[in-house]
Design a protein around this ligand. Structure first.
Ligand SMILES: Cc1cc2nc3c(=O)[nH]c(=O)nc-3n(C[C@H](O)[C@H](O)[C@H](O)COP(=O)(O)O)c2cc1C
Length: 356
């Protein structure tokens, strides 16, 4: 029976443990979106993780939503990330890049005046976003025309190619949290009447086209997908989450991707557990689960077979040596929530490891 410390084959990689670092936006890259020394330190400090996933990373110069997130759309970005991947590999780690377009969560003030795009012209309601001019309401996005969609698939293809050049071990396609791919997936937003809207297969078409493009670059064993069918963040909702997960899981099985990750708000909620079980039933590959796991609940999930690996977010912010702490059942550092986004190394790359 596997535990959190049993090695796991993921595509072409053998993970030494099943404790995976979640994608975590920390906006330390500055206005160029090019990784710096601080980011090299931060990621390499976490190299004992079974697998690191990077923060969501812009696939295009006009795919900014957070001021200072990383990007992967030019040779300078490739060179910057190569320093990160080299440092992680030098410490014996493995790292996937999460590739991302923010869709309707972008803002024109962050993208040279370009209006955000989405599946449909519906804004995120009752929330604001940070812009160079302070907090602003989200804008009404422009619905992509059918003939424009290939250009957006191409952004993800090109990002995959550049992630490969930057020395990553694979890419995770960000299909969660109400960003561009999720704007197509979930029907609370997607009101299209073309081949990308309506039925579940139509709403999943953009995700699958992006996945196929990434596979064409690098092979299925280097491509992963994250979805969050029940997470309401960014004003998202889905009327048929079971059917959506079933279809996506079946289609991703056919493609043989490296792994599928289900991101939950809280994995312990009965409806979240039901979704994980549906994914388990219909996805014949490595399944990862995320959302409010502790060491104990993560171990229980892996031992019980509901998922193959556990993805930890907030615990990884404050504990670069999370694997060692779990192994010793040692106490965890607390997250400094004032230092989540932006700024310097404090609250980012200065969390202490256990004394040896
Ligand atoms: C500061 C912060 C930044 C995050 N950034 C991302 C991101 O870039 N991409 C993503 O898919 N999820 C992101 N998330 C969500 C996490 O990956 C994870 O799903 C969430 O923290 C729940 O896991 P946990 O309960 O282990 O913290 C972020 C969460 C936090 C707290």
């Amino acid at each position: 029976m596997p535990t959190l410390f049993t090695p796991l084959q993921v595509g072409e990689l053998l993970l030494p443990n099943r404790i995976v670092m979640a994608p975590l936006t920390r906006v330390r890259a500055g206005s160029t979106h090019i990784p710096n020394n601080m980011m090299v330190d931060y990621y390499s400090q976490r190299a004992s993780s079974g697998l690191i996933m990077t923060e969501c990373t812009m696939v295009d110069a006009h795919a900014c939503a957070f001021m200072g997130e990383g990007g992967i759309y030019s040779p300078a970005h490739v060179a910057g990330w190569k320093r990160v991947t080299d440092a992680v590999h030098a410490k014996g780690g493995r790292i996937f890049m999460q590739i991302w377009h923010p869709g309707r969560a972008a803002h024109s003030l962050l993208n040279d005046g370009e209006q955000p795009v989405s599946s449909s012209a519906k804004a995120i309601r009752n929330e604001t976003t940070h812009t160079p001019q302070g907090a602003k309401p989200y804008e009404i996005p422009r619905a992509l025309r059918t003939d424009e969609i290939p250009r957006y698939v191409e952004m993800f293809r090109s990002a995959t190619q550049q992630a490969q050049q930057a020395g990553f071990d694979g890419v995770q396609i960000h299909g969660a949290h109400g960003y561009l791919i999720d704007n197509f997936l979930r029907d609370g937003v997607n009101a299209r009447t073309d081949a990308y809207g309506g039925s579940v297969p139509n709403r999943a078409r953009f995700l699958l086209e992006v996945t196929d493009a990434a596979i064409n670059v690098w092979g299925a064993g280097r491509v992963a997908v994250r979805i969050s069918p029940l997470v309401p963040f960014n004003d998202m909702v889905e009327s048929q989450p079971e059917a959506l997960v079933t279809y996506v899981a079946q289609e991703l099985t056919r493609r043989g991707i490296a792994f599928l990750e289900i991101r939950h708000e809280n994995h312990a909620l009965p409806n979240e557990q039901a979704i994980l079980h549906i994914a388990r039933r219909h996805f014949q590959g490595v399944l990862m689960s995320n959302g409010s796991y502790t060491r104990e609940s993560g171990e229980g999930t892996v031992v019980g077979g509901a998922a193959d690996a556990i993805v930890y977010g907030r615990p990884y912010i404050a504990n670069p040596d999370l694997v060692e702490r779990f192994a010793k059942q040692a106490p965890l550092n607390e997250v400094n929530y004032d230092r989540l986004y932006g700024g310097g190394p404090d609250g980012y790359s200065d969390y202490p490891v256990l004394a040896r």
